[in-house]
Design a protein around this ligand. Structure first.
Ligand code: TPP
Ligand code: MG
Length: 279
């Protein structure tokens, strides 16, 4: 049977949601809704867009991916399980004392270059990696995924300035603009106001797309790639819904950092399994 790339990536994205939510239930803690909003982007990046050798995560000229919103670690782990780096069952050891799948990613894992989770730091690291590419004469791109609440961290803006001033045009950052952070709506806590204008004024090329519509994500990433190498870093403002795909989690901060119990997990899986398709 022929299925389209969009159907394939949607299926993978929903598999990543299932694995992320199931792992947080097994752990009894974690951030399922933060994984769900970014699942389409991670599916499109890892299974259709980035240039890298999935069997050799440390290869020097792989594109880099930094999960600056490190609390969405189960999503990253689910992607690498789907790529075949380790068995899917291992995902359910999330946050166990003896497991290398910690609540936030660490470089003990072969596919993680830097520990993240302390919000605000990932972009600075990504810009540093892009600088390494320049010094080493390598042409990999560096992708950084941040949260919208994370934009309230000052270090983000120092990295933004540095990247534009130094023409770090192989950096593609994305903001998972789900409107929510740990304590409630981002706009109520400390509004980002006109975020597009802010990034543009810092010297970045800014694109906007719907991050939970796979066609838009694919197009957005292609556009961003075509804009690299032109003297400016690229920022994708990606509108999403927290908890996308699970009706009782969607759009609310109440599920931030909360793991579903077994009954709630079943409800979530019933909804997501319907949407996996035949990828
Ligand atoms: C420096 C720092 N302060 C506080 C936290 C606690 N924390 C974990 S997740 C989170 C909210 C993040 O919101 P956002 O960046 O919008 O990410 P989302 O989960 O919505 O994708 C906070 C404040 C942290 N991880 N790091
Ligand atoms: Mg958010």
């Amino acid at each position: 049977m022929n299925i389209t790339i969009e159907e394939t990536l949607t299926g993978i994205a929903n598999q990543l949601r299932i694995d992320s939510i199931a792992a947080t239930t097994a752990a009894g803690s974690g951030h399922p809704t933060s994984c769900c909003s970014a699942a389409d982007l991670v599916a499109a990046l890892f299974f259709g867009h980035m240039r890298y050798d999935p069997k050799n995560p440390r290869y020097a000229n792989n594109d880099r991916f930094i999960l600056s919103k490190g609390h969405a670690a189960p999503l990253l782990y689910a992607a690498w399980a789907e790529l075949g780096l380790f068995p899917r069952e291992h995902l359910n050891t999330l946050r166990e004392l003896s497991s290398d799948l910690e609540g936030h990613p660490t470089p003990r894992l072969s596919f993680v270059d830097v520990a993240t989770g302390s919000l605000g730091q990932g972009l600075a690291v990504g810009v540093g990696m892009a600088l390494c590419a320049r010094l080493d004469n390598l042409d990999y791109r560096t992708y950084v995924l941040m949260g919208d609440g994370e934009q309230q961290e000052g270090q983000v803006w120092e990295a933004a300035m540095y990247a534009a001033y130094n023409k770090m045009d192989h950096v593609i950052a994305t903001i998972d603009y789900n409107g929510q952070q740990i304590d409630g709506p981002v706009d109520k806590i400390l509004s980002l106001l006109d975020l597009k204008a802010k990034w543009e004024s810092f010297g970045w090329i800014v694109n906007e797309f719907d991050g939970n519509k796979i066609e838009d994500v694919i197009k957005g990433l292609e556009l961003a790639k075509s804009q690299t190498g032109k003297g400016k870093p690229v920022m994708n403002l990606m509108k999403t819904v927290m908890g996308f795909g699970v009706d009782y989690m969607m759009g609310s901060h109440k599920w931030h950092g909360v793991a579903p119990n077994d009954e709630e997990l079943k409800k979530a899986l019933d909804q997501l399994e319907e949407t996996i398709g035949d990828y």
